[in-house]
Design a protein around this ligand. Structure first.
Ligand code: ADP
Ligand code: MG
Length: 277
């Protein structure tokens, strides 16, 4: 038995956390089969390790496989090759250990804000009193307490995304998967939501995998940014964001911020050129 295995036998959670990055995407390839049997390679051998509690951001040209990659981690699709591990368990289907927030609003329209946030807890049969405490806590943290009885159709886009975030967090997932969650919001609301997300991320120490095409957003939020190539999506470059936290959009004119932005724009520009030839 090696050291990790020995440790794991004694203190399973601690050992798993201490020895392995939270999320490991290993040599993952994804092919879609089109009508007529033709295969399209959406993702071509991507490997990414996201350490515990890290905020990882994926950027890349449209159609490069960002959403597909998130679906794979969510267990909503299966890789054609390669493996995805969360801690030391292999992803082989959806699970409550991954919380998802997508760009399109995915709330249950027939449930109130409170019931939406409570949904996963109820399904997992968390006792009513505990459930209520958890729900109240996340409603407060996301600024939704006054709206707990509202239905999704009564809410603005930003408020709906708050509910989606609260709902994801209420399940205490190991990782949050976010696919352009603020992409449909106006810039003022987006900025408010970015601040809110940073606050809850710092408070709850979650691992996050976040997709965006907004480069300022990527630099504002991410510890690391993974730049993908045009389809078939490969990992073009991994950039560690050297900007200290707390961060704010006031920093967009700082030389460090501009340097990272220039680097990403350059990488993406080359991708679009390659695609045209
Ligand atoms: P992104 O999120 O980066 O814009 P997607 O992951 O949505 O990219 O798509 C990657 C590629 O796979 C695109 O070329 C898209 O057309 C294709 N694709 C996505 N979903 C399917 C599907 N269900 N069947 C066939 N092709 C798909
Ligand atoms: Mg997408």
């Amino acid at each position: 038995m090696n050291v990790a295995a020995a440790l794991k036998a004694i203190i399973p959670e601690v050992a798993a956390d201490a020895t392995q990055p939270r999320l490991r995407i290993k040599d993952v390839r994804l092919e879609y089969e089109m009508a007529g049997g033709k295969k399209v390679v959406a993702i071509d051998r991507i490997s990414i390790d996201v350490p515990d509690n890290e905020f990882a951001v994926i950027v890349g040209p449209s159609g490069c496989g960002k959403s597909s990659l998130l679906y794979l981690v969510a267990g909503l699709a299966e890789p054609s090759e390669g493996d995805i591990l969360l801690g030391d368990s292999m992803v082989d289907g959806p699970g409550a250990d991954r919380g998802m927030v997508f760009q399109s609003y995915t709330l249950f329209p027939w449930l109130t804000v409170r019931e939406n946030v409570e949904f996963g807890l109820k399904r997992r049969k968390v006792p009513p009193q505990e459930r209520e405490d958890i729900v109240n806590r996340y409603l407060n943290e996301t600024g939704l307490a006054a709206f707990h009885d509202a239905y999704p159709k009564q809410l603005s886009g930003g408020m709906m995304q708050r509910v989606a975030i609260a709902r994801a967090l209420a399940n205490d997932p190991k990782i949050l998967l976010m696919d352009e969650p603020f992409g449909a919001l106006d810039s003022q609301t987006r900025s408010t939501m970015q601040k809110l997300l940073l606050r809850v991320w710092e408070q709850h120490q979650k691992t996050v995998l976040f997709v965006t095409h907004d480069i300022d957003e990527a630099i504002l939020l991410g510890d690391r940014i993974y730049v993908m190539t045009a389809r078939p999506g490969r990992l073009k470059q991994e950039i560690r964001v050297p900007i200290p936290r707390p961060r704010s959009l006031d920093m967009v004119m700082d030389p460090e911020f501009i340097a990272v932005k220039r680097q990403i724009l350059e990488l993406l520009r080359n991708e679009i050129k390659d695609d045209e030839h």
